[in-house]
Ligand binder design. Structure first.
Ligand code: HEC
Length: 191
């Protein structure tokens, strides 16, 4: 009986000492910053509803021209053709060190997924937008508000969309979403 207790005490001693040998306190071995803020910053923002601003002038030929240019081009560096009024090819960016550099402006490159009048090498991930005005706007199946919301944040009426999110993400501003909308709903039959 006595030896049994001695044995148990020895085992307990061995176990506890080995536990403290292997259980290294990792909190001291690594720098562990609070990561919540970093993760939140990288999270994709939730789907958001937008109302087309009254300032959207859908029949303005300059807005339509800007929409067409951004629709058909990837960025300001690679863009072909005459730059429409009110659009930049490059934007100024201030780095962390305060240095100002010029970066090519990002455009929608909608042509990668959508066919449209006069397109060259359009993709077919999204539906063709050829004849959009006659097919959807004139028939009142869709309106400009629908198109504006679709471009701003397509997830509102299609949670599993494969289309890019353009306004919620800050990729483009309200004026630019207006320009895209103006181009999509414009009459492209008479040229
Ligand atoms: C990565 C592919 C992709 C890109 C890039 C893309 N779209 Fe789409 N788009 C889609 C898909 C897929 C749909 C159909 C699903 C949906 O409606 O969400 C769609 C739907 C639409 C519709 C709705 C058509 C209708 O009436 O049902 C419009 C308008 C539209 N896109 C315009 C644009 C514009 C303008 C751009 C550029 C800023 C653009 N898309 C960029 C994939 C894309």
């Amino acid at each position: 009986m006595h030896t049994k207790i001695k044995c148990l005490a020895l085992t307990t001693l061995l176990l506890s000492s080995s536990a403290s040998l292997f259980a290294v306190d990792l909190t001291k071995a690594y720098d562990m910053p609070e990561a919540t803020k970093m993760i939140e910053k990288d999270l994709f923002p939730a789907a958001k509803k937008f109302t087309m601003p009254k300032s959207c002038n859908l029949s303005d030929p300059k807005a339509i021209a800007r929409g067409a240019f951004m629709f058909n081009n990837l960025n300001g560096k690679k863009a072909k053709g005459k730059l429409p009024e009110g659009l930049d090819k490059f934007v100024k960016k201030t780095g962390k060190d305060g240095k100002v550099t010029k970066k090519p402006k990002q455009y929608g490159n909608c042509i990668a997924c959508h066919d449209i009048e006069g397109s060259k090498g359009a993709g077919n991930i999204g539906p063709s937008l050829v004849g959009y005005k006659a097919m959807f706007i004139d028939t009142k199946v869709r309106d400009a508000q629908f198109v504006y919301q679709k471009i701003a944040d397509p997830r509102v009426d299609n949670a599993n969309t494969h289309m890019t999110v353009n306004l919620t993400t800050g990729l483009f501003n309200e004026q630019e979403i207006c320009d895209y909308t103006a181009y999509v709903v414009s009459d492209k039959t008479k040229k």
